[in-house]
Design a protein around this ligand. Structure first.
Ligand code: ZN
Length: 660
């Protein structure tokens, strides 16, 4: 592992806390060292308090923060003396420890200090770094892990067997450090957990971490257990082919089964790349994958074990057994029993989460886990902690407290597809659904202006009149998110005005093709996915005021939207039996869309002898309708508020006497 230390970058971070921020980021940006909130760092400094007295302050990473982009404010300042007194207590529950650590803060607005704060406090070094480095975990999670770790590190580190994180671990480490410390000690290793390094400068502690991890990497390389994941070579050898198309319904059915088991809809992402397929298709996959996670904290994300194959029911039954075997009479509340990882010979790796972001984290953690398992296997056998230890982390009071603070959004775990999503009402619909927690596929003829890298957003360039392109978009949605729950039919064209006697057949047909035929094809293609929606499918059609109140000069547009409305009404009749709701919105005069340029607006206002302002609010309520208003209504039509409504047509036009 290469040190990323750079003198000129480091100089941009003055002071002890600045240096602490700098090397914390160096550690945090390497996924082979820490993943998603893992690891923590600290620095001890002297500061004057409000009385002008000097105090020793331990700045330690806030719980759950990410080292990769940490700021000074991400560290919790603790009065070191107080924390060291806590370390001397004989006993302290972890909940009380967390509360006492908050009492030791010098800033009440600081984040919760890491649960490993006491451990940082007792190590007599200015800078302390802690990671869950993959290479170290790969060496220690093996059949003779403790012996291998001794061979790698000798007395350069203090050796700690597995002890559950929290107060007990801190006490244990304090004793072991006093007993084992030598002049050569540069770190401390915790079996099945991670590595500590320390030093008098940020650079010293950081470089020692790199050195300790490098020793593990070299050990793996020496034992031919380093290059286990050479994908292109492996794919050539194994002749693995990715999943053929046309598997959307199969994926959606499995997602539904997992969602039903979980008791909430889940995002279910399918990965059929070489790493995933080769691992899922190994003959010994059950032996090596059903040992347990790489580090115990992963259990909160991935659960203890993946499901190998597709038998969700027996996975849930096994989870219930694991729960009852390990509760040992305690009044614990069982978490949901559904898997978070599925390894399937055909699908590859399926990562499951309450949101798209959660599923992406699960996937990343498991890819690291695969590497660690393969390296451990190459060393003679991967071994995780026993189930009883992992259970204690999964049901640890501090972890349960964290879970109880999560506030779910209404569409968490659900998947929407919006057409015409690059601008106007479609873009606003995508934003409204994302804000409510949904994962959203946006289709548009044009690529979106700024390509976001959000895990919950899939933007596809797609001509909805091209049936094959629509099929591909649905397939991509099913693979990325597991299915489809909400379909917002927004894309449409609004042609220049033409009276019937001058309207060309080809113009009429073009409008029908986009506004009617394409939506028909999309509804038909989406049906197999919508009917597998865990909470029931929802379709929202963006109609037009022209349906109830047509105007002259827009025959084709009005007829297309009227036919689309009738199609939606029949769909409501036909699809209600499989719990798909279909409703229609009739907006009018939504000016913040592409067709209403400043010039067009001025022209139309002048045509009616109005000011632009009068024209914008030319309705009964004298209010302007914005695309965000239409989007909010579309989103609510997918929510439980409209759970008992189908086949409805709701105007959003500020009130129009011809519609009323
Ligand atoms: Zn740790």
């Amino acid at each position: 592992m290469q040190s990323l230390w750079n003198d000129s970058d480091a100089a941009k971070f003055p002071g002890d806390l600045g240096q602490r921020v700098y090397t914390s980021r160096l550690l945090g940006c390497d996924r082979a060292l820490v993943l998603h909130g893992g690891g923590n760092t600290s620095v001890k400094v002297r500061e004057k308090n409000i009385f002008g007295e000097e105090e020793e302050i331990l700045y330690v990473k806030g719980s759950g923060g990410d080292l990769g982009n940490i700021e000074a404010s991400g560290f919790a300042p603790l009065r070191l003396k107080y924390v060291l007194r806590l370390a001397e207590l004989e006993q302290l529950s972890d909940t009380r420890m967390a509360a006492e650590l908050r009492c030791a803060l010098t800033n009440p607005a600081a984040p919760n200090p890491s649960v490993e704060s006491i451990l940082h406090a007792i190590l007599p070094y200015k800078f302390v770094d802690h990671t869950h480095a993959d290479a170290f975990i790969a060496v220690c999670n093996t059949v003779n892990g403790a012996e291998r770790v001794k061979e790698v590190y000798g007395d350069s580190v203090v050796h700690i067997p597995y002890v559950m994180p929290g107060f007990e671990l801190s006490k244990f480490c304090a004793r072991a450090f006093a007993e084992q410390r030598t002049p050569r000690t540069i770190g401390m290793i915790l079996m099945h957990h991670g590595v500590f390094s320390f030093g008098e400068t940020a650079r010293e502690a950081y470089e020692r971490m790199i050195e300790l991890v490098t020793h593990a990497e070299e050990y793996l390389a020496k034992h031919d257990a380093w290059n286990v994941n050479n994908q292109s070579r492996a794919r050539q050898q194994a002749g693995e082919q990715p999943l053929p198309n046309g598997r959307g319904s199969e994926i959606a059915a499995l997602r539904k089964e997992v969602s039903d088991a979980a008791g909430f809809p889940v995002v279910f992402s399918v990965h059929d790349d070489a790493q995933a397929l080769i691992f899922a298709r190994r003959k010994d996959v059950k032996d090596i994958a059903l040992q347990g996670p790489a580090t115990p904290d992963h259990v909160m994300r991935t659960k203890r074990l993946p499901l190998v194959g597709r038998d969700v029911k027996s996975y849930c039954a096994d989870y219930k057994n694991y729960f009852s075997e390990n509760t040992r009479g305690r009044a614990l509340k069982m978490l949901d029993t559904a898997p978070r990882i599925i390894l399937d010979k055909e699908l590859g790796l399926c990562a499951i989460g309450r949101t798209a972001r959660d599923a992406a984290i699960v996937e990343e953690i498991y890819r690291h886990t695969i590497e660690i398992i393969l390296r451990g296997t190459a060393l003679g056998g991967y071994r995780a902690l026993p189930a009883s230890d992992l259970f204690e982390i999964e049901y640890w009071e501090l972890e349960q407290a964290k879970l109880s603070h999560i506030k779910p959004k209404p569409f968490d775990g659900e998947v929407a597809l919006v057409t015409g999503a690059a601008s106007g009402i479609g873009k606003a619909c995508a934003e409204a659904l994302l804000a409510r927690g949904a994962a959203v596929t946006g289709l548009d003829l044009k690529a979106q202006e700024k390509s976001t890298k959000r895990p919950d957003q899939l933007e596809l360039v797609c001509d909805i009149t091209d049936e094959a392109a629509v099929e591909r978009a649905l397939e991509s949605t099913a693979r990325k998110y597991g299915g489809l729950d909400m379909l917002i039919l927004n894309a449409g064209i609004f042609p220049p005005g033409a009276r019937i006697e001058t309207l060309k057949l080809e113009d009429w047909q073009k409008i029908m093709r986009v506004n009617l035929d394409a939506n028909f094809s999309l509804m038909r293609a989406a049906y197999p996915l919508l009917k597998l929606s865990p909470r029931g499918g929802r379709v929202v059609v963006i109609g037009s005021k022209n349906v109830p109140a047509p105007g002259p000069g827009v025959a084709a547009y009005s007829a297309s939207k009227a036919a689309l409305t009738q199609l939606a009404r029949v769909a409501a009749l036909e699809w209600g039996a499989v719990n798909i709701r279909v409703n229609v919105i009739h907006p009018n005069m939504v000016f913040d869309t592409a067709i209403w340029t400043t010039e067009v607006l001025a022209q139309r206002a002048a045509h009616y002898g109005m000011s632009v302002e009068q024209y914008r609010t030319n309705n009964i309520l004298r209010t302007e309708v914005h695309s965000a208003d239409v989007a909010a209504l579309a989103a609510e039509m997918c929510s439980p508020l409209f759970a008992k409504t189908t086949g409805a047509q709701v105007p959003i036009d500020g009130g129009n006497d011809r519609v009323i």
